[in-house]
Design a binder for this molecule. Structure first.
Ligand code: FMN
Length: 186
C-alpha cells in the first residue's frame, strides 16, 4: 500500500514555539505509523491574500499571483492529510496561515483542474488563554471551512494556557501526548 502523505502547515512566526512543538509530536506519531510527513514553515514565505480576480487557472497554474503559494498548493494537492498548526491570534488564525484558506479558491472554481475534495484535515492551535471558549471562533471557522472544502476532520487539538514559547514543552505534555496519539491514528 502506498504511504499516506501528511502535510503540516506551520502558521506561527515562532520557530520551536507551542504549535510547532505539538505538531512535531503529531509528525512523530504519523511517521511511526508509516506516513510520509512534509512540513512547511509559512513564516518567511510570500503568501498574498486572494485578489478575487476570478482568473484562477488562467495561466495553467491554480493562481495568477507569483508568490510562494504555488508550493503550498502543490503540497495540499499531494497530501492525504493537511495539518493546520496555528497559534490563536485575536481569537482566530495567524496572518501567516489565513491566506492558505483564502487561496484554496482555485481548487473550488468551476474550471478547477485538481480535485482536492475528500482529504483529511487536522487543526492544532495554542492559546495563552485558559478558557476553552477562546477557541470558539477558530473552531467554527475550521469546521465550516472543512464542510465547504469537503475535508474530513481527522482531529482537533486546542491547547490552552500556553503563552511563553516553551510552554508546550514544559506544561503542555498532555497536548504533546494527544498529538502523538493522533499522529499514530492518521
Ligand atoms: C498577535 C497575537 C495575538 C494573540 N491573540 C491571542 C488570543 O486572542 N487569545 C489567546 O489566548 N492568546 C493569544 N495570543 C497568545 C498566543 O496564542 C500564544 O502565545 C500561543 O502559545 C502562541 O503559539 P506559538 O508558540 O505556536 O506561536 C496572541 C499572541 C499574539 C502574538
Amino acid at each position: 500500500m502506498e504511504k499516506k502523505t501528511v502535510t503540516i502547515l506551520l502558521g506561527s512566526p515562532r520557530k520551536d514555539g507551542n504549535t510547532e512543538t505539538i505538531a512535531k509530536a503529531l509528525a512523530k506519531g504519523a511517521e511511526e505509523n508509516g506516513c510520509e510527513v512534509r512540513t512547511l514553515r509559512l513564516q518567511g514565505k510570500k503568501l498574498n491574500g486572494c485578489m478575487d480576480c476570478r482568473h484562477c487557472w488562467a495561466t495553467g497554474a491554480p493562481c495568477v499571483q507569483k508568490d510562494d503559494m504555488g508550493e503550498v498548493h502543490e503540497a495540499i494537492a499531494a497530501a492525504d492529510v493537511i495539518v493546520f498548526a496555528s497559534p490563536l491570534y485575536f481569537y482566530s488564525w495567524s496572518a501567516q496561515i489565513k491566506p492558505v484558506w483564502d487561496r484554496l479558491l482555485p481548487f473550488y472554481a468551476e474550471n478547477s483542474k485538481i480535485d482536492v475534495r475528500g482529504k483529511k484535515a487536522v487543526l492544532i492551535s495554542a492559546a495563552g488563554d485558559t478558557e476553552p471558549e477562546c477557541f470558539g471562533g477558530l473552531k467554527e471557522s475550521f469546521r465550516l471551512a472543512c464542510g465547504y472544502t469537503q475535508w474530513e476532520i481527522a482531529g482537533e487539538i486546542y491547547a490552552l494556557g500556553l503563552y511563553p514559547k516553551d510552554a508546550a514543552a514544559n506544561e503542555g505534555q498532555k497536548y504533546i501526548e494527544e498529538a502523538y496519539e493522533l499522529g499514530k491514528r492518521l
